[in-house]
Design a protein around this ligand. Sequence first.
Ligand SMILES: [Zn+2]
Length: 490
Amino acid sequence: MSPRPAQLLTLYFLLCAAPALHAQVTLPASVTPASMPAAVTPEQGTTGLLQTVPRLVWRRPDEVEGAFARIKALDGDLRFQAAEHDRARLDRLVCRGLVDFRALPAEKTAEFAFRDHVRGRSWMRPAVALTLIRALAELRKEIPTATMTIGDATQPGCGQVRHSVLVRWLEDTAPGVGPATAMANKAAPLLGVLAVVAWQAARDLPEYAAYFTSPDTPVRVETQLVGQDVTDDGRLILRTATRRFRRLGDLGVPVPESETKAMWRDVKAIARDGELVRVRKIRVSARGEQASFRWLQHWIDPDDGRQLVLISRQRQAKRKPRVGGVEEVRIGLWQERKPDSFPKEVRWYATRDKGGRKPHWEAFMALREAGHESHNSGRDVDVSYVTMGNTRHFAVDLKVLDVAATWRWFQILERVGRDTGVPLDKLMLEAKVARQFRLRLPPEALQTSLWRNHVGIVPGHDAHHHVRTKTPSAEADAKALEVLMGMRGR
Ligand SMILES: [Zn+2]
């Protein structure tokens, strides 16, 4: 027997242990903290702190999808939406029964490549995974050389896929031993949450080389601990969310005053024209120390499509923030359909000389990772088009797009999906790609239900198509899982 990869252990855990954990989570609140020291002892330096990280809550994927849909529908009142979002604590929700496509047995997935090995967004419903695998096997009967590349599916444990955020799943190998405990031991309070702040250099991130002008550019890596649980045998699980920010400008060179002035003009404009949706007073001093607080205030200007967060020593006036006492400024875009996402976030950190009132600013820009409106419950997968010679998957290149072969792939997906109990819902294509299909496919193809009812034009799909299936039944997932894990063979 070949050794099982570590990821598969996680997979088995999610599939097998989740129901038991769910029962554990419903214990009275007074009981749950007692199980924590089993995994992390006070000697390891996290006395009490880990208890501030919320317990994960296991739900069916469609329930998690519903929870997001409910928050998204509150877009008529942004303040209420923000309050409901915070109250629901969606970061705690974890889907039961998803599989990590990347960790499936290689003999079943060999013809699939992955767009990247950074994001880790390769989780999906078992019936969806099996449909992709079988459909490609069918396509290869006609085109033996065809391969496909998978981009984003859903992130580990599912949930809202936000811009610039990488969600990870850390699981110890034994009680008190492993990546979760190691992360917990490094964590410290950061504005009311537990987090680890680390620094990297541009050279440590070769996948992002295009972002950087110098290999020395510092990158601030901020990892928040957003959820925790403990397995039946006492191993700690952590769900984390990482954001990376590259320093803007050259090292040792202060940000030009013209830019800090422009930043402050933006701050004033967003606060003046936008709506103040969050005001939070956060205690930043440890227990036993003299109490010290920061104010976190969040404005959204829906007309301008921008948002602002200020972290200050004093509470700022709703319409007229003042620079004195501001320690951190966050400015980014805002998109109605992706609440709580922060595209193109730029952070400014102030330092003040002793007695000096005028701050020096350092600016950091979030490393881009796509956000998604859907992709939150394991039935959405971004897949490359079929291309000539399998070249340039996930590149925007209509010259290599193989329209006939991609159309076959769509037809096969539709048929195989029906067989595995996961009917096709939508295939999303960019308009200019759909135009190629209209030009090059025979007229009959454009009269099919597949083209008329399932193909949709959605911007952002020029380098890949988005496969969205209907919600599979629990039986379809269970059956697919048996096949995927080789319990019954094909
Ligand atoms: Zn997509």
